[in-house]
Ligand binder design. Structure first.
Ligand SMILES: NC(=O)c1ccc[n+]([C@@H]2O[C@H](COP(=O)([O-])OP(=O)(O)OC[C@H]3O[C@@H](n4cnc5c(N)ncnc54)[C@H](O)[C@@H]3O)[C@@H](O)[C@H]2O)c1
Length: 505
């Protein structure tokens, strides 16, 4: 099955933010494009806006003047749906309301030919539900572009229950022919990206709600240790707290209020108070003139320990041993069976975040997961009120000797990066097991759709087979709400090659 022929006109219905972007993509790819909007005059305005964007591409040498002129000549605003009759594909980007979209597609079905592919750009409605309005839902797909569509490569191609394989493949190949990176996805709440990304926001907000750290510190740790492009607080300020919360709310509701997707009370309060983010000057942060950006917590310099004793395999933090040696600190390795830890000269222990809390042990400081300890510029430590000040000072001095800034946070199990990554990995495994998408497509979607430094499966492989499961299992013991309960899929993954003796009882 091939992509839609370039001679075949593409219609975009709803010419707001997304419609304009999608129309530009189809136009630059070479199709004739028709624009229709319910509000008279908007399709003409959209054509003018797209034309102006093409001018800018010419100025930046990304499009020749001749190609721009040809593209402009192919772009036609339509005054009625009837003018879309000869289109081979209609992409809908109207108001996010089921009844509005269904009414539109019912009407469209009476206008276009039987072999015209129909697509919705919905971000939160069920593709199956929208397509349910059609007499022939087999030709109906979700084509979920990301904003700004001309710049972001990812397109989720969603098959509803009734979508036929031919239509899904045609939509997929067409997106690819337009220079996009399509991923195939089943019709489930949030599709791939908006489903698997939820813990990135939720866990940051949860650490804040638990008084673990302030937004600036959590953001700094997610960026400088986790390798995420932006922290959850600054990113949601950019997206808009109302927009981000409504996606969370919709995914949670669609999963019948599954606690794993529960919205955040702190974010609710923010939205209720009208602090929507950058767009109105205040969100988690203050963007008004003269406002100062709060600094993350950064520990004062402390003396490094003279030596550390390394016990067991530090797993994802194994690289630290070489780094500590390179910093001139002696490492004595002992093959103990007590678990995996660094013992400091004070006798206190330094342990990679594992879903337990410092208060449960005598003199433990936890350190957070880093994407890459060599490249990380900051590492978070957590201690309880029972941790000896000397242990915390030695742990701080140790990471500072490795050139890291240190943020000390509260005694929050799973800390910041570790719990976030573990939950993302879990949701990704769960999604594959439920037939949402393949591992490869999920990795691609999370890297391209939300800029994660690694796809969840790449990350999972780096961390080790059992890592995310063990951490979530520990977290689940401490918070039995179900929020951290590892999925059956992750359980299977963790124990797939670790067969027990005997037979099931
Ligand atoms: N904005 C985003 O970041 C984003 C990203 C991905 C998907 N989406 C989805 O894309 C769709 C459009 O979002 P948007 O942000 O571009 O909205 P928008 O408000 O910018 O534009 C919507 C346009 O649709 C028009 N419209 C409304 N009802 C119509 C109808 N019955 N027939 C024809 N035109 C109609 C409106 O006049 C408006 O011009 C929504 O389904 C949204 O969920 C949005």
């Amino acid at each position: 099955m091939t992509a839609l022929d370039l001679s075949s006109p593409v219609a975009v219905v709803g010419t707001g933010t997304m419609g304009q972007g999608i129309a530009q993509v189809a136009l630059v790819a070479g199709h004739p494009v028709r624009l229709y909007d319910a509000v008279p005059g908007r399709a003409d305005d959209a054509a003018a806006a797209i034309g102006a964007r093409l001018d800018r591409l010419v100025e930046k040498d990304r499009l020749t003047a001749a190609d721009r002129d040809a593209a402009r000549a192919r772009l036609l605003p339509a005054a009625s749906l009837a003018e879309l009759a000869d289109c081979g594909l209609v992409v809908e980007a109207v108001l996010e309301r089921l009844d509005v979209k269904q009414d539109l597609f019912r009407e469209l079905e009476g206008v276009v030919a039987d072999d015209c592919l129909l697509a919705t750009n919905t971000s939160s409605l069920s593709v199956t539900a929208v397509g349910g309005a059609l007499a022939n839902p087999g030709r109906f797909v979700g084509l979920h572009f990301f904003n700004p569509a001309p710049l972001l490569p990812l397109v989720e191609v969603i098959s509803g229950f009734a979508t036929d394989v031919t239509s899904a493949t045609r939509a997929y190949e067409t997106a690819r022919a337009w220079g996009k990176t399509p991923v195939a996805c089943a019709d489930t709440p949030g599709f791939i990206v908006n489903r698997i990304a939820r813990p990135f926001y939720a866990e940051a907000f949860a650490v804040y709600e638990a008084q673990g750290a302030d937004p600036a510190t959590i953001d700094a740790v997610l960026r400088e240790s986790g390798g995420f492009r932006m922290g959850a607080f600054e990113l949601t300020d950019l997206i808009g707290q109302d927009v981000n919360e409504s996606v969370t709310h919709s995914v949670w509701q669609s999963f019948f209020q599954d606690v794993r997707f529960a919205p955040s009370l702190a974010q609710r309060r923010l939205v209720e108070s009208g602090r929507l983010g950058r767009k109105n000057g205040q969100g988690w942060y203050d963007y008004r003139d003269g406002a100062e950006r709060p600094e993350p917590h950064t520990a004062e310099p402390a003396a490094p320990p003279a030596h550390v004793v390394a016990e067991g395999d530090l797993g994802p933090a194994g690289e630290l041993l070489a780094m500590i040696r390179e910093a001139g600190i002696e490492v004595r390795e002992e093959d103990e069976d007590h678990g995996t830890r660094l013992v400091l000269p004070s006798g206190g222990q330094l342990v990679l975040a594992d879903g337990q809390t410092s208060v449960e042990f005598r003199d433990v400081v936890y350190f957070d997961l880093a994407l890459d300890y060599r490249r990380a510029t900051r590492v978070a430590l957590s201690a309880s009120q029972d941790t000896a000040p000397q242990t915390l000072a030695e742990a701080t001095g140790l990471f500072q000797a490795l050139g890291k800034k240190v943020s000390v946070i509260g005694d929050v199990p799973g800390m910041i990066v570790a719990r976030t990554v573990a939950r993302i990995v879990d949701l990704a495994h769960d999604a594959v097991a439920k037939g949402v998408a393949t591992e490869e497509d999920i990795d691609t979607a999370m890297r391209l759709g939300v800029n994660y430094p690694l796809g969840p499966f790449e990350w999972s492989r780096r961390l080790g087979r059992n890592w995310a499961y063990a951490l979530l299992d520990d977290l689940h013991l401490r918070d039995p709400s179900g929020r951290y309960a590892p999925s059956l899929a992750l359980y299977r993954h963790a124990y797939a090659s670790d067969k027990r003796e005997g037979s099931p009882s």
